[in-house]
Design a protein around this ligand. Sequence first.
Ligand code: PRX
Length: 652
Amino acid sequence: MAEEDITVLMDEKRIFKPSKDFVEKTNVKQWMKEHNIDSLEELYKKTDDYKWFWKEMADEILEFYEPYDNVLDWDSPFAKWFTGGKYNIVHDALDKHAKGPNKDKVAYYFESEPGDADKELTYHDLYVEVNKLANAMKKLGIKKGDRVGIYMPMIAELPIAMLATAKLGAVHSVVFSGFSAQAFRDRVNDCEAKLVITCDSFYRRGKKVPLKSQTDEALEDAPTVEHSIVYKRTGDEVDWTDDRDLWWNEIVKDEPEECETVKTDANDPLFFLYTSGTTGKPKGIIHAHAGYALGTATTLKWVFDIKDDDVYWCAADIGWITGHSYIVYAPLILGSSSIIYEGAPNHPGPDRWWEIVEKYKVSVLYTSPTSVRLFMKFGEEWPEKHNLNSLRLLGSVGEPINPEAWMWYYKHIGGEKCQIMDTWWQTETGHFAITPLPLTPLKPGSATKSFPGVSADVYNENGEPITNAGGNLVLTHPWPGMLRGIYKNPERYRNTYWSKFDDIYLAGDVTRKDSDGYFWIQGRADDVLNVSGHRIGNSEVESALVSHDKVAESAVVGKPHDLKGESITAYVVLKTNVEPSDALKQELRTHVGEEVGKIARPDEIWFVTDVPKTRSGKIMRRVIRSKALGKEVGDTSTLANPEAVDEIDKAQ
Ligand code: PRX
């Protein structure tokens, strides 16, 4: 596409409208008809009464064991949804289907990377597998409220482990399998897990990743963990600790196929998921059963318009919130059929994804701008080899999608007939907060408007709503899938999200709202990197670097990157008498990979003798970033060491 066109798009001149025929058949339109709502404007207006809206949706989607008394109890900043209700998400996600008309419907098509372990699991199959594992976990003493650390790749057993944990009323804490042993250990220790679940190894880009040995390393210093359940994925030989390790396949063998689901309270915790913040260690974000179930299922039903015959593919990793909400819980609650793919997008060739879309006749595909840009780089000849006609809706998440990638996705994947749902949300929001509906006229690059029943706005520093200027993205009232806190840290919860504006949720993103009320997300306001759609704390990478015995100090900033959104650049101060060298740079990259995970390895490392700091000793990343990008640095009079700015220049 010509650059001119892109500029036009940025000027918001082009609008993509869905066909009338398509709109008429959507779930949301159906609902509007049932509620005598004629237009989108009316829908937004009517759902301003958000408690009414969420109650309507709860009555439609959720099945409680015992009815709730109140839709919302809001004692800012702590919310309780559906108080008094007895509810377990596993009932809606699994039990009701296994006993109902979806019994023999496929819940998951599992596609292994080398094709050695592909399988289909019906809702009944999934139910049996979950029950057997839950029974085995019960024997290990797992009960309501216990934490279970899960370190597994993209295989069907990952949702099974999550559901078995939730079935017992226990709390899962899934750690992305691309994270290091150290990162897993930190999270297991923070949540004081009693049990961990992992596998021997798995395939990624043709190679085996030895997850069991990484787990062993993590458990060397994890005093609360009593047992480790190991799923046999590849059959590789692994080290074994007799009084701790148990083969999944053996412990479930003789367990009964039924297991009663624990009737938890609607607000009991379902899971923790760790996410990066500006300072300190990752935050254990808490999500609870009923509100989360409602928010995720409603948004999926309306935004991706999930129908009974859809084959839905959210190509994220379950280790992140996208996978928790939109591979595991929401699709299962809606009784849909979805795909779990183990491997890399370009293995064995750059058309692996398109092969999968063709093979399973995928109708809804949800991915990230990073992946779209990767496929753009490979070229349109790869999707062109395959019949992608089954697709009817596309989605994007994780970072702003640039209009060029939007257009490529629209044209070469969607065949110019699929609307693109650019969904803005966060680990903390649990589900889409700003997103188009399938009837929304789209402006490429904008996530459009708040989902009905969620209310976003842009505030200036004084807490006044502003239009057509960058400001603080906020959510102005509670929503059902909202985080309930940070594990063991209510003060940090209050300070991070609820203290800048009273009773208003601060998302931490800089955003502009245009004259039509469309939101344009511009990126994070704080020092958090967004690499390939995943948040990584600058401070995490910095502390990983400093943990190397040759490093005294470091400062890490993000730079715009064509494929990844942001790349990581690190400025490193070495200890005295350590010689800088290229080999050391490589060693540091590997070290960060081991400490945090490969995704966090710096793309560039520069050795400096000092990094710019304030008088209170805070690293001035803003100054460093400007220098790194060759921009004007501005006033440096507040710096304790202005000469360090020149150091940055000299280094690169
Ligand atoms: O900066 C926003 C960006 O990703 C952040 C949330 O990251 P995380 O909790 O890891 O969850 C990612 C998947 C939900 C947000 O604060 N972000 C997410 N979606 C979008 C986005 N930025 C622009 N457009 C989006 N659609």
